[in-house]
Design a protein around this ligand. Structure first.
Ligand code: SME
Length: 164
C-alpha cells in the first residue's frame, strides 16, 4: 500500500484526509527527517486531490523570512517575507489562512497565474516553534474549507511529534 499514490478525488473530504494521513504515516514509518517528510507529504497531497501547487515554505529567519522547500507544481517563488502574501500572513499570525478567491486577498503573491484559491497551514516543530508553512493552491475558486483545514492541520502534526 505504501508504494501507491492515492487518487482521492471524489472521496468525501473527512474520509479522504483519514486515508491520506494513514498513507503518509505508513510511508514515513521509522523516518525522522523533515525534508523527507515535506517531500512525501507534498507528493501525496498534491496527487491525491489534483491540486495546482502543493509544498512547504521553511522558516529560515524566525519572524522575518520564509524560503521554499519541497514542493510539487510549477516554479514557486524562492523567498517570502513573514507578513507578506498568504504564506507570510499565516506565518506571522501562526494560524491557517483560507483564501476562497485570491483576487480578494490584497497582497496575494502570484507564482502561477492559474491559482484561484489557496490554503496555508502553519507547521510547528518539536520544540514548539514555527518551522514552516504548508501552502496549497487550486485552479478553482473556493476549493478549501474547514474540512481541509482540519485534515491538513492533523497531517502536519507529524512535525510536532515525529520530526528530527
Ligand atoms: N500565493 C502565495 C505564494 C506562494 S505560491 O502560491 C507557491 C502567497 O501569497 O503567499
Amino acid at each position: 500500500m505504501a508504494e501507491e499514490t492515492l487518487d482521492l478525488r471524489g472521496v468525501p473530504k473527512p474520509d479522504a484526509y483519514h486515508q491520506l494521513e494513514a498513507h503518509i504515516r505508513a510511508v514515513l514509518a521509522g523516518v525522522r527527517d523533515d525534508v523527507a517528510a515535506m517531500a512525501t507529504m507534498s507528493a501525496l497531497i498534491h496527487h491525491a486531490f489534483g491540486h495546482l501547487w502543493t509544498g512547504f515554505y521553511r522558516v529560515v529567519k524566525p519572524g522575518e523570512l520564509l524560503r521554499v522547500g519541497p514542493y510539487q507544481g510549477t516554479l514557486g517563488c524562492l523567498e517570502i517575507r513573514v507578513g507578506r502574501g498568504v504564506c507570510g500572513t499565516a506565518a506571522a499570525e501562526h494560524r491557517t489562512v483560507i483564501v476562497p478567491d485570491v483576487q480578494d486577498f490584497p497582497g496575494h503573491i502570484t507564482c502561477d497565474a492559474r491559482s484561484r484559491s489557496e490554503i496555508v497551514v502553519p507547521v510547528t516543530g518539536r520544540a514548539g516553534a514555527l518551522i514552516a508553512v504548508l501552502d496549497i493552491d487550486s485552479d478553482q475558486v473556493g476549493t478549501f474549507d474547514d474540512e481541509d483545514r482540519r485534515g491538513l492541520e492533523h497531517i502536519v502534526r507529524w512535525f510536532t511529534t515525529e520530526s528530527e
